[in-house]
Design a protein around this ligand. Structure first.
Ligand code: BGC
Length: 510
């Protein structure tokens, strides 16, 4: 290996930083730091907003019932397709759930989601997705005569679901802005595009990535209670008892029956009552395609972290009291969204005491030559933004745990920020400790090393395995006659293996 061994973190010293710059760093610290008292206040407000979302009147957190009813047993079997419409890629998977408990085989292909698609037309979007599905089937099943394959479609945007194979898009998030989709069921145009190409699939379940994450993680871990995504966007799903959901009262469901709720907590505090927004958060919101929406998400999620950093730097360049990058052409930095979360990760990961990597990155990418004090400021700012993201995320997790009375739980998490952003996990765990007042871990053991009462752990593949499992659970339910949230049971089975008695698409519980 060439070069120094990467240190987990550098010591850093502000010794050479001039007074006015230090003052500026202090101002940023005050602005971006969320102390324990505030974390607790945010958590408490979040609990009441989660509850409000379940009420008949509703609130700003959508709390969408998903018609995914209950956890898998580990005994689900069959072959399923999963389609994941993520922000960057489109992924098609074929998943086989074998007899062995908690096992699965997966084959998958990734297709890039062209950037233009995000702001293009609805027809282009559905056409592109159907083309990818067709390619996948043609490649993996050339010349075969197929039954209709049950498909779990991971559509990770807020959607109202009257049925599990139905979803009215409430609003686009994560920078998507395709006209003519909001306020409509996304399933019929998707199915039409697929049917036009003669692709042998049957949409069994439309799911959210968080619900998929919850179910996939619970497949192998019985302690799983919450599924989270900390990626381009952020959100969580958990199991709620129907008796706790006043807005479903009219359906007269068994109060003890569990149903997964896709919280859509990105919309938490759209009214700006409790979150400590900075002027930079206000700009991010104002300049987004959906101002006033996703207040919580815009302070936490990967899509916005780099942009927040960039806005602060531009402001400090223009501020006559600080004047960073004085006399330099900062036109590259002025381009909105030119810094992404991985840029911030790299800054936090820079192992050199003199922040050489960061210096070189600014020079090559932005044509800016940074002084040592400027580099210290850049580094500290990345830490502040990354830490705030992790600490605020913990408020959402703590709120669900408190609402449900979970003293111990596993939380399955996925997404680029969770998986790749340095220290995100440790910072989140520290915040949970502060919010939930832990002094010892499970069984009186010291905190950390797997003993924290609530642990956020890397999840199983939610939009692949999770989507397949939810399709399997749905077909099983239909076969057993448990039809809540099923629009047309016969149509759901028609043409699939599950229709034929004696075949084992879905097995009863063992
Ligand atoms: C979407 C959610 C999704 C989350 C993570 C948010 O922007 O509204 O549906 O779960 O991003 O992908």
């Amino acid at each position: 290996m060439v070069g120094p061994r990467r240190q987990p973190s550098r010591k850093g010293s502000m010794a050479d930083v001039p007074h006015d710059m230090l003052q500026e760093i202090k101002r940023l610290e005050d602005m971006f730091t969320v102390d324990t008292t505030k974390l607790k206040a945010i958590t408490d407000h979040c609990i009441s907003e989660l509850t409000k979302g379940l009420s008949k009147e509703g609130g700003s957190i959508p709390m969408n019932p998903t018609w995914c009813m209950g956890f898998p047993t580990g005994h689900e079997t069959g072959t399923f397709l999963a389609l994941d419409m993520g922000g960057t890629n489109l992924r098609v998977c074929e998943i086989r759930l074998p007899e062995e408990v908690g096992e699965f085989d997966i084959i998958q292909s990734k297709y890039r989601m062209p950037e233009e698609l995000k702001t293009g037309t609805a027809d282009e979007l559905w056409g592109y997705i159907a083309d990818c599905l067709q390619q996948f089937i043609e490649y993996h099943h050339e010349g075969e005569k197929l039954d209709q394959l049950p498909l779990g479609f991971t559509f990770s945007y807020p959607a109202t679901q009257d049925y599990i194979d139905h979803g009215v898009l409430q609003r686009w998030t994560k920078g998507f802005d395709i006209e003519g989709v909001e306020g409509k069921d996304v399933v019929p145009p998707f199915q039409a595009a697929v049917a036009e190409r003669g692709v042998p699939i049957k949409l069994t379940a439309l799911i959210n990535d968080t619900t998929g994450t919850l179910i996939a993680s619970a497949y192998t871990d019985p302690e799983m209670r919450i599924g989270c995504i900390f990626g381009t966007g952020c959100n969580a799903a958990y199991m709620e008892h129907c008796g706790e959901i006043p807005k479903l009262e009219h359906m007269h469901l068994d109060p003890q029956q569990e149903i997964a709720i896709n919280c859509e907590w990105g919309a938490f505090d759209n009214e700006h009552k409790v979150l400590p927004r900075t002027p930079y958060d206000v700009i991010v919101d104002k300049d987004s395609p959906r101002p006033g929406q996703q207040a919580f998400e815009k302070m936490i999620a990967g899509l916005y972290l780099g942009e927040l950093h960039r806005l602060v730097l531009v402001d400090l360049h223009e501020n006559p009291n600080v004047k960073i990058f004085e006399g330099q052409d900062i036109s590259a930095l002025k381009k909105p969204y030119s810094l992404d979360a991985s840029f911030l990760s790299d800054i936090e990961n820079d192992p050199y005491e003199n922040l050489q990597e960061t210096h070189d990155r600014f020079e090559s990418m932005l044509k800016i030559k940074c002084t040592k004090p400027e580099l210290e400021l850049i580094r500290r700012l990345a830490e502040l933004i990354g830490t705030r993201s992790a600490r605020l995320s913990a408020c959402g997790v703590a709120a669900i745990c408190k609402k449900k009375g979970y003293k111990t739980a596993h939380v399955g998490a996925d997404g680029s920020v969770f998986n790749k952003y340095p220290h995100f996990k440790a910072r989140g765990a520290q915040a949970l400790k502060e919010i939930l007042d832990w002094t010892t871990g499970r069984d009186g053991k010291p905190l950390g090393r797997g003993n924290d009462p609530v642990e956020i752990l890397p999840a199983e593949d939610g939009s692949g395995v999770g989507a397949a499992l939810i399709a399997a659970l749905t077909l099983k339910r239909v076969q057993e006659g448990n039809l809540a949230g099923i629009r047309d049971p016969e149509a759901m089975l028609r043409g699939t293996k599950a229709e034929k008695p004696g075949t084992k698409e879905v097995e009863p519980n063992k």
